[in-house]
Design a protein around this ligand. Structure first.
Ligand SMILES: Cc1cc2nc3c(=O)[nH]c(=O)nc-3n(C[C@H](O)[C@H](O)[C@H](O)COP(=O)(O)OP(=O)(O)OC[C@H]3O[C@@H](n4cnc5c(N)ncnc54)[C@H](O)[C@@H]3O)c2cc1C
Length: 399
């Protein structure tokens, strides 16, 4: 179809899915991943209905479900009183989507699945330990410099996708501003096999509002399928890594969350800087930004990667049409024109509101939030409208 492949900087979930979506259309593609192996640190797990539909088109859905957990509902709790405020049930979307649930599947499993599938395409390659250090483009082609150990190579292609994460080299090479802000607190993720469903009646996705220390709780399958729980807390601004990670403080945080006899077994402890930022543009000529390279947000609501996968699928569709000659190259401008406002409206706005709802300190604001959640869950039409938005179905149907 083209003698020059589409080049992808970054083989995280967005780069790997973009590559698969291109390869399935017969487009030659090369992915350059800086790391030597897939990063297994606990990040995205929640895969929403809109994204499940896209992964079904890519024939990944059955494997994703097999490696993950199906969660139909999610819950809002008031942490100080221990009261369940509202439960939302994706079953109300049964007429809107074939997938009225989320799948909790760790993002490294999705990357591995996509890489396995890419092996079936002769014109697709996924290269580890290959760091893109420079990127350039003119009206006819793109070129990247790839460093492998102490060797560098210049590789040319037809188009370049920067899927190289929040610190994107490609975005910086294009001189595109990453507008927004970074929160003063960081997010601590503690992973434990302690069964919060059996012992405490929590759902697989539970959000806890608290004026002092909000929390999120998720269940994932884990690599052995036996189940792990991730508990997310905000740290205090200025708290050092040592203060956060030492065994006493980790145990205290969990015991304050849910007291139990004996210590909590902890299998991972991870700390993340959290931002709300959007690239000033998502493309420049033959170069495109997708996923965290284009936008980052706080993880409350589980939307960042979902939106990144939507970027990847939409961009692959557009590039395929242009490379097959079905569309003019000027149609590629649609990518920035559509994806940037969608991210601002459906991901930035929602995640900022989600965080405010959980951390609200004013008792009146908290009472209003709880009244809104109870009212929404109790009314069938409002319940459906709320879930259409949180599941990103509204963004793909009307965005
Ligand atoms: C605690 C936490 C929980 C989250 N939960 C959710 C969730 O439930 N749902 C959700 O939708 N999102 C969630 N997210 C967000 C999600 O993790 C990110 O949006 C997602 O990782 C973005 O994927 P990506 O492929 O764009 O970027 P990344 O995952 O950052 O991947 C980028 C890849 O590019 C590689 N790379 C970087 N620079 C270069 C270079 N110069 N050359 C070559 N390769 C390079 C990196 O090694 C990496 O493999 C969460 C995030 C956090 C921190």
């Amino acid at each position: 179809m083209t003698e020059h492949p589409v080049l992808i900087a970054g083989g995280g979930p967005v780069g790997a899915i973009a590559a698969l979506a291109l390869a399935r259309q017969g487009v030659a593609v090369r992915v350059f991943e800086a790391d030597a192996a897939i990063d297994e640190s606990p990040r995205a797990a929640t895969t929403h209905p809109a994204t499940l539909e896209m992964l079904a088109d890519l024939r990944l859905i059955d494997d994703l479900i097999a490696r993950g957990l199906v969660a139909r509902t999610f819950q809002f709790w008031d942490r100080p009183s221990g009261q369940l405020i509202a439960e939302f049930d994706h079953a109300v979307l049964a007429r809107d989507t074939p997938y009225p649930f989320v799948v909790q599947c760790e993002q490294h499993k999705l990357v591995n699945l996509a890489i396995e599938r890419l092996r079936g395409f002769a014109d697709a390659s996924y290269e580890f330990s290959a760091q893109v250090t420079e990127a350039e483009a003119d009206a006819h082609a793109v070129a990247v410099t790839v460093r492998r150990g102490n060797r560098t190579e210049r590789v040319t292609g037809s188009y370049l996708i920067g899927a190289d994460g929040g610190r994107s080299t490609v975005r910086k090479a294009l001189g595109i501003a990453f507008e927004g802000y970074t929160f003063p607190e960081r997010f601590l993720v503690l992973t434990t096999p302690f069964d919060f469903a059996r012992e405490r009646g929590c759902g697989f996705r539970s959000y806890f509002s608290d004026p002092d220390e909000w929390a999120n709780l998720f269940k994932v399958a884990g690599n052995d399928g036996r189940g792990l729980w991730r508990v997310v807390f905000p740290t205090l601004p200025g708290e050092t890594d040592e203060e956060i990670f030492n065994e006493d403080s980790v145990q205290q945080r969990l015991q304050k969350f849910f007291p139990k006899s004996g210590t909590y077994p902890i299998v991972h402890r991870n700390l993340y800087n959290v931002h709300q930022r959007v690239a000033a543009r998502f493309s420049h000529g033959r170069v495109f930004l997708a996923g965290d390279a284009a936008h980052v947000n706080n993880p409350i609501g589980g939307l960042g990667l979902n939106c990144g996968i939507h970027d990847a699928v939409e961009l692959a569709g557009l590039l395929g049409k242009v490379l097959r000659g079905e569309e003019n190259t000027d149609q590629l401008a649609l990518y920035d024109a559509r994806r940037r406002p969608i991210n601002v409206k459906y991901v930035q706005e929602q995640t900022i509101a989600n965080k405010k709802r959980l951390e609200a300190k004013d008792p009146n604001a908290r009472a209003e939030n709880f009244a809104f959640l109870r009212r929404t869950a109790a009314d069938a039409a409002a319940h459906r409208a709320f879930l259409l938005r949180t599941s990103l179905l509204e963004s793909v149907r009307h965005g």
